[in-house]
Design a protein around this ligand. Sequence first.
Ligand SMILES: Nc1ncnc2c1ncn2[C@@H]1O[C@H](COP(=O)(O)OP(=O)(O)OP(=O)(O)O)[C@@H](O)[C@H]1O
Length: 262
Amino acid sequence: MNKLFTKIIEISEKPLDVSTIVGGKYLIIDVLGKGSYGFTYLVKDQANQIFVLKQLRKYKQLDHAGIAAFNREANILKDLDHPAFPTFYEQFVEEQKQFIVMEYLNGKTYEELIFQDKQSFSESEAFKELYSILLLVKYIHEKQFVHRDLRIPNILKNNQDYYIIDFGLTRHVLDQNNTEKIDHLEKKLFREVAFKSDFYALGHFLLFLLYSSYVPVSKKKMSWEEELYITGNARRVLRKMLQIDDPYYDMEHLLKDVKKCI
Ligand SMILES: Nc1ncnc2c1ncn2[C@@H]1O[C@H](COP(=O)(O)OP(=O)(O)OP(=O)(O)O)[C@@H](O)[C@H]1O
């Protein structure tokens, strides 16, 4: 498809307005996100029950891969039966627009906790958070999925409850559609369809938590290893998660090492 044509559609498409009714019963009350794949809304039904509604963007709908990715996310949500992940409710097409309705998980993202609420974590606290999240990722991996987008805006917390959202990039480890061309790029992005990709992403998640309590001592730009005052154990775990050293290939080994840092 003509790239310019696609770009024009991408830029010109706006999310649906607040107060619009979709699917005959979902009233849009807020726009939560405008990602490259779709728009995310907070909606409520006639019984005032809150849901998250995702809409595939028009230009993604024009190519087969966009629709396939949207359907894949719906199918993965159906497969994940756990309170830490959004329950799938329904999928429908209205006025040629594709929608998925899922459970609203009530929590704050780590992006909000760190940058808006200014929450800070000590080394031990950061590893404790990581341990709780790893137990959820263990469930995802046991289902043979790699999430591939475990970033601070996609991990939520509410008191002692942890949630993971946004399964748009998730793949089954045996997904046959991982062409070699994509694999090459994904490798560069540390987004290979392999469990170590999730460990890599969580290594960065951990760095955000550790930096939350960091007070700069110099204006010189330095690496995390030079800047952060952390224990040898913590450094070793991080270097393996970030694939600087021989990476972790299995969850049990990582969990054991993380536990030692709490
Ligand atoms: N099931 C859910 N429960 C609660 N909040 C959600 C849920 N899904 C999404 N959100 C909120 O909406 C925001 C945007 O959602 P999402 O990550 O799906 O799309 P995006 O950020 O627009 O797209 P992308 O991350 O793919 O670029 C999230 O950061 C989160 O705050």
